[in-house]
Design a binder for this molecule. Structure first.
Ligand SMILES: NC(=O)C1=CN([C@@H]2O[C@H](COP(=O)(O)OP(=O)(O)OC[C@H]3O[C@@H](n4cnc5c(N)ncnc54)[C@H](OP(=O)(O)O)[C@@H]3O)[C@@H](O)[C@H]2O)C=CC1
Ligand SMILES: CC(=O)N[C@@H](CCC(=O)OP(=O)(O)O)C(=O)O
Length: 342
């Protein structure tokens, strides 16, 4: 198969290239830049991203018709607000697209405008939001989940789907490394601010809140909202989401653990750790999500700790998993499960 990447010079796009270049079902990876890419000197991958030395591949101009003729699927690893402008021809042709951005995740265009502060996409109904560990895409245009949303929803799915938590009691304290913010420098991720520091940001304003609530409501319509906070960690990669919720009356630790085991039986990327807590390094470089599970019967509080690599499970790895599911390939094809010592 041939696949295209738009946004290979960004952090998620670089991770996608690493995975797709080694994918057993992928013969060729084609790279695309901006619409006006042809007007200046040709940009090459190994020059834009020096760690990819030896991969002297051109970034071709973005042109939907050429891209559809040359590829079986296209991955967009572009900033928010880009696919809402560029994806129309792919949707009209019902061409397979995996979109890593948030542009097609929210069904409600007003919610997108409110949380992303950008103009919403049209044809939102053509896309399906798909957590790759909980099903296969239902449309050819796949809205790949956000990084924090992935860690949070994988930690909450068994509890909410089995109605084990009080619907108004969910609190998520989520933390990310700086690569989650992409390659563009900002005051938040400036070395002087991020190093030796912890910074709470986007207080009650994070764009993943509506994405998480939209999915939770599908599992339990009684859930109206969650408390969700984000903190920048002085590390490069990784997310830890610590999730708290009050149990329904009569809840036991055994029923909590049972719900996780039932939900994630035969799920190759989900590592359950009842009574133990994972750390971020356990998953770096992998498409895994490790879940620590505990229940305090004194306070009737469930605590789940969910860790992922934001660039792999939180972005490129999950995108490849959705690609595998869309094309009915082996779900684990091309996806690492052994961590790197970073
Ligand atoms: N980083 C993460 O952990 C996660 C990121 N995401 C989402 O994935 C997407 C990419 O994120 P990330 O890799 O961090 O972002 P980066 O800022 O690191 O990279 C953005 C990429 O998009 C390209 N791009 C921007 N505008 C255009 C355009 N108009 N046409 C073509 N290419 C364009 C850039 O190219 P150029 O350099 O040439 O401008 C660059 O390659 C974002 O939507 C992000 O929200 C989702 C989950 C996790
Ligand atoms: C550390 C950091 O800044 N992380 C980003 C992660 C979100 C992201 O990558 O964008 P999507 O909305 O497309 O998922 C943030 O908090 O906004």
């Amino acid at each position: 198969m041939n696949v295209g990447i738009v946004g290979v010079t960004g952090y998620s796009g670089q991770t996608l290239f690493r995975l797709l270049a080694a994918h057993p079902a992928v013969d060729q990876v084609n790279l695309y830049g901006h619409v006006d890419e042809g007007n200046g000197p040709v940009r090459y991958l190994d020059e834009e991203v020096p760690m990819f030395f030896g991969h002297h591949l051109p970034l071709e101009p973005f042109d939907a018709a050429t891209m559809m003729a040359a590829n079986d699927a296209v991955f967009f690893a572009t900033s928010a607000g880009v696919t809402s402008q560029l994806a129309g021809p792919f949707i009209e042709a019902d061409f397979p697209v995996i979109d890593l951005s948030g542009d097609y995740r929210l069904q409600d265009p007003e919610a997108y405008a409110q949380w992303y502060h950008k103009t919403p996409a049209s044809q939102l109904n053509a896309a399906s939001y798909q957590l790759a560990d909980l099903g296969a895409p239902q449309t050819h245009y796949v809205a790949n989940p956000g990084c924090y949303a992935t860690a949070t929803l994988l930690g909450l799915a068994p509890l909410v789907q089995h109605n084990l938590v009080q619907p108004d009691s969910i609190i998520v304290d989520a933390k990310s490394g700086t690569s989650g913010a992409g390659k563009k420098l900002s005051p938040l991720t400036h070395f002087t601010e991020a190093n030796d520091n912890l910074q709470v940001y986007k207080l009650n304003a994070h764009q993943h809140i509506p994405e998480i609530v939209q999915q939770l409501k599908q599992w339990d319509p009684a859930i109206e909202s969650i408390q969700f906070n984000t903190t920048l960690l002085p590390i490069t990669t990784g997310i830890m989401a610590t999730i708290y919720a009050k149990g329904v009356p009569g809840l036991t630790e055994a029923s909590v653990v049972d719900a996780f085991q039932v939900t994630y039986q035969d799920h190759p990327f989900i590592q359950l750790m009842p009574g133990q807590m994972p750390d971020i390094k356990m998953v770096i470089g992998t498409n895994n999500c490790a879940l620590g599970i505990s229940f305090n019967d004194v306070t009737n509080t469930i605590m789940v700790v969910s860790v992922i690599d934001n660039l792999v499970k939180g972005a490129a790895g999950q995108a490849v998993q959705n690609f595998n599911d869309l094309f009915q390939l082996t779900e684990t094809a091309g996806l690492p499960t052994l961590p790197v010592l970073a």
